[in-house]
Design a protein around this ligand. Sequence first.
Ligand SMILES: NC(=O)c1ccc[n+]([C@@H]2O[C@H](COP(=O)([O-])OP(=O)(O)OC[C@H]3O[C@@H](n4cnc5c(N)ncnc54)[C@H](O)[C@@H]3O)[C@@H](O)[C@H]2O)c1
Length: 276
Amino acid sequence: MTTGKLDGRVAIITGSGGGLGAECARVLSSHGAHIAVVDINGEAAQQVAESIEAQGGQAMGLCTDVSSEESVEAMVAAVVERFGRIDILHNNAAVLDVGQRQSDRDICNLDMAAWDRAIAVNLRGAVLCCKYSIPVMLKQGKGSVIFATSGLGVQGDLSLTGYATSKAALIMLPRLVAAQYGKQGIRANAVQIGLAPAENAHESMPAQLLDILRDNHMTPELGTPRDIANVVAFLASDDASFVTGSTLVADGGFSSHTPSLVAMREFFEQSGRGGM
Ligand SMILES: NC(=O)c1ccc[n+]([C@@H]2O[C@H](COP(=O)([O-])OP(=O)(O)OC[C@H]3O[C@@H](n4cnc5c(N)ncnc54)[C@H](O)[C@@H]3O)[C@@H](O)[C@H]2O)c1
């Protein structure tokens, strides 16, 4: 049984062999979409696709390097061959492994190979997936493109220079897609994702760090992959038919408040003023 919100729609979700992408695959499937589970880790993609099919959904796993034009072109052709159309493209893939995080540092200490990788996968990858998927959507006269961006794409931080720069560009891309193809029925939006680690990822983070992060959220708890997947499902669906060229912020208010808010709240608590 599905909700029917995305019945028969075909969704490509890149980087969906794990993490938020896999949760998006499961949630979009629960709304009736057929899913192309795309990842550079083909085995992981296959496993996610099989788990969706075991739940009664339709899915195919594809081993694709989104930074390679040949690989993306072949992936889109395979999706069209199996499902006959493309209604949703969620550009979720990003290179985020430990080695990449350790070498994508502040500018003076930046490993340029890590910069190149971040731009190639996170940005060029999203452009390539658009380049090959949008022509299919144009033939149908309808489509929704979604980009996974991050608070780090709009706020300065100490490290991850390449990642942050790629994520900033992913806020511009939906505006370009909306401007270039909106009249032909294509919508495009970004989701500015806050901290939404998989449930077990919380456990690997120091409690003190989690407290700092929780204090800076304007929600009682941190986000989960399901919170993000629900936003992606909304943008993919006709419920968002008048939403295009925008960035929807899904970060529990992390980027919505004054930088001094947490320190001010502590100050008011300590001085016993104002019940803040
Ligand atoms: N998890 C968060 O808290 C958070 C916060 C802000 C933004 N985001 C964004 O959400 C998206 C998903 O994040 P996540 O935490 O699930 O990351 P993740 O590392 O768990 O998943 C990324 C996936 O992309 C795949 N991938 C890497 N390189 C690829 C390539 N060249 N081609 C195809 N696939 C490739 C990986 O194999 C992996 O399965 C990313 O775009 C990330 O920037 C996540």
